[in-house]
Each structure stands twice: as structure tokens, then as C-alpha cells.
Design a protein around this ligand. Structure first.
Ligand SMILES: [Ca+2]
Ligand SMILES: [Ca+2]
Length: 195
């Protein structure tokens, strides 16, 4: 009987501990006060999704203490040589387009201004790490110096690919979106604090 009485208390503490969890569906016309340019000022909303007209990193200020972000990254049209993605702390996850017009690389890279010296790592179609895709639900999480990424390309909640990369220095928290083309959009962002 004691357990059944104390468990709800424990659960409520755990829930309050993740109070920084936040989300955004971008179903409006402007980004608003929760979004702050980190690099570039072209981050915007179009067609009820996040996108940018040029190179832009835009911080989601309610998620300053969060270390996990999940977001849908999609191509609005065939595209070559651009990217879009998400960052958590000093780790960014970029989906890069290539010759097929689809996403052909999933890359861990240090976030702009991170000061990290690592070049990062890409998982590519040409190396047969992945297959080309147009849309994915991606999750990026940091834990210490390591970033973990899950890529779900068919919206069934099960990642087709999971990758991790050790950046060699603490990555920290804080979430934002990034990209350099309006051919790529991000939507339905969810952030949280996880162990
Ligand atoms: Ca939306
Ligand atoms: Ca899947």
C-alpha cells in the first residue's frame, strides 16, 4: 500500500523535472518570440512549416535546457547541394541533398559557433550507409560528448538508421533548427530532457 501512495509523488517529481519539454507545429504565419536567430535571419514560416531562404541557424528558446529534439525534415522539391536539420547544444545533424535531388547524406557536424575542432562525420548513400530519401522524422540527442541520431523515413516510429558520434567534448543543451534553402522544411518539433 505504501508503494501505491508514494509512486504518484515520484512520478510528479519526474514530470516536473522535464518541465522544459516544448513543441512547435509552426501552424501560423510568423516564428514569433520563441525563435531567435543564431546565424542568419532568413529563418521563417512557409506553408505552416519552418524553412529558410539562406544559411540560417535559429534557436528555439523554450528548449534551452533540453538535450533531445525530434523534428520532421522534408524536401519541398528536388534539390542538390543544400541541407536542413536540427541541432542540440554543440552538435548538429544535417540532412544533405545530392545528385539524385533527394537527401543522400546524414551528417554530424559541430554547430556553428561551437568552437569544436572535430570535422564530424557523414553517413552517405555512396558509402551504402543509407538509401536516398525525401522526408524523415529525425531525433537528435546529446549525452556528454556523444550525439545520437535516429532517422525514420517511413513514419512508422521505427528508425531505419541509428547513428552516434563522439565529438570529444561536452555538447550541452539547447535546441535549434538549421538549413540553407527553402527546398527543405522542418515541422512538428518536439524537445525534451532525457537521460
Ligand atoms: Ca505545421
Ligand atoms: Ca521507419
Amino acid at each position: 500500500m505504501k508503494i501505491s501512495k508514494t509512486l504518484p509523488v515520484v512520478l510528479s517529481i519526474l514530470v516536473s523535472g522535464s518541465a522544459m519539454a516544448a513543441s512547435d507545429n509552426f501552424n501560423r504565419s510568423t516564428l514569433g518570440a520563441n525563435w531567435t536567430p543564431l546565424i542568419g535571419t532568413s529563418g521563417k514560416i512557409a506553408d505552416n512549416k519552418y524553412t529558410s531562404d539562406g544559411a540560417a541557424y535559429t534557436r528555439f528558446t523554450p528548449a534551452a535546457a533540453d538535450n533531445q529534439a525530434t523534428v520532421t525534415v522534408a524536401l519541398a522539391r528536388a534539390d542538390v547541394g543544400h541541407y536542413g536539420g536540427v541541432y542540440v547544444g554543440k552538435a548538429s545533424l544535417k540532412l544533405r541533398t545530392a545528385s539524385s535531388g533527394n537527401f543522400e547524406a546524414v551528417c554530424f557536424e559541430p554547430t556553428v559557433l561551437s568552437g569544436l575542432g572535430t570535422p564530424g562525420k557523414c553517413y552517405t548513400v555512396s558509402n551504402q550507409d543509407i538509401t536516398a530519401f525525401k522526408k524523415a522524422r529525425v531525433t537528435l540527442r546529446t549525452s556528454g560528448a556523444t550525439a545520437f541520431a535516429d532517422i525514420d523515413t517511413n513514419s512508422d516510429g521505427v528508425p531505419e538508421w541509428s547513428f552516434s558520434y563522439d565529438f570529444g567534448a561536452a555538447l550541452g543543451t539547447g535546441v535549434g533548427l538549421l538549413g540553407n534553402t527553402n527546398a527543405v522544411s522542418q515541422d512538428n518539433l518536439k524537445t525534451s530532457t532525457v537521460n
